[in-house]
Write a protein that binds this ligand. Structure first.
Ligand code: URA
Ligand code: SF4
Length: 224
């Protein structure tokens, strides 16, 4: 299966996967604003207890693409907005390089409350578990039902698990499109924080370049 040199979206190999999902509550009268308000009081899993607030998705209702991250980080938890911290800055810069306008895309997270371990004055990010990812699918499914994007982008393993209903090897699947049984096309790539964590400058640049290449593919997939 080709992962690079994508000449045309029609040539992207699509695998079909089935996914069990909850009945959506979104209907004609729903909007992202209504959903965001409803999610403020969500108690579907225990993560709301220690977080500052629900960090819902952001972007236009008619976005052609939905980017799905893992969960809000420390800065997102305080700001109430997705991808505004260090990972968000890397993400924004690379989207910009790829010619994708962040104002025109919808950005959300698989899990909408910050999960952390207190360590002195700091709050250390902690990975959401399968139950939390599944609980928060309630919101993701409705964001997709309302926006109906041409393409979904799973940024990293948690997002891929949420969107595909099972764990997938991100490094192996990266750059590929997987088609769900309901027709949603899911483009799998790394999480931008992976780039941040690489220390060696040449390796960091190489990974940034690969992610930029992925974002260029996403730009083409948005149109189809
Ligand atoms: N990482 C994520 O996955 N999402 C955010 O919103 C911020 C950092
Ligand atoms: Fe609800 Fe998701 Fe927050 Fe859990 S993480 S309480 S499911 S919004």
């Amino acid at each position: 299966m080709a992962t690079t040199g994508l000449p045309h979206e029609a040539k992207i190999p699509a695998r079909r996967v089935s996914i069990a999902r909850a009945e959506p509550i979104a209907d004609e009268a729903s909007s992202i604003t209504n959903l965001r308000e409803a999610a403020e009081g969500c108690r579907r899993c225990p993560l709301w207890r220690h977080a500052t607030q629900t960090v819902f998705g952001e972007g236009p209702d008619d976005a052609k693409v939905i980017f799905v991250g893992e969960q809000p980080g420390d800065q997102e938890d305080l700001a109430g907005k997705p991808f505004v911290g260090p990972a968000g800055r890397v993400f924004d810069a690379i989207l910009d390089d790829a010619g994708v306008d962040r104002q025109k895309v919808y950005v959300t997270n698989a899990v909408k409350h910050f999960k952390f371990e207190p360590r002195g004055k700091r709050r250390i990010h902690s990975k959401p578990n399968a139950g939390e990812i599944q609980a928060c699918r309630w919101w993701i499914d409705q964001e997709f039902d309302l926006i109906k994007p041409n393409i979904a982008v799973a940024l990293g393993a948690t997002a891929a698990t949420s969107l595909l209903g099972k764990a997938v090897p991100v490094m192996k699947m990266r750059g590929q499109v997987i088609e769900r049984e309901d027709g949603l096309r899911v483009f799998v790539t790394i999480h931008p924080s992976f780039i941040l964590r690489i220390r060696e400058p040449a390796d960091k640049q190489a990974e940034r370049d690969r992610f930029l290449d992925d974002m260029r593919k996403v730009k083409r997939l948005m149109a189809a």
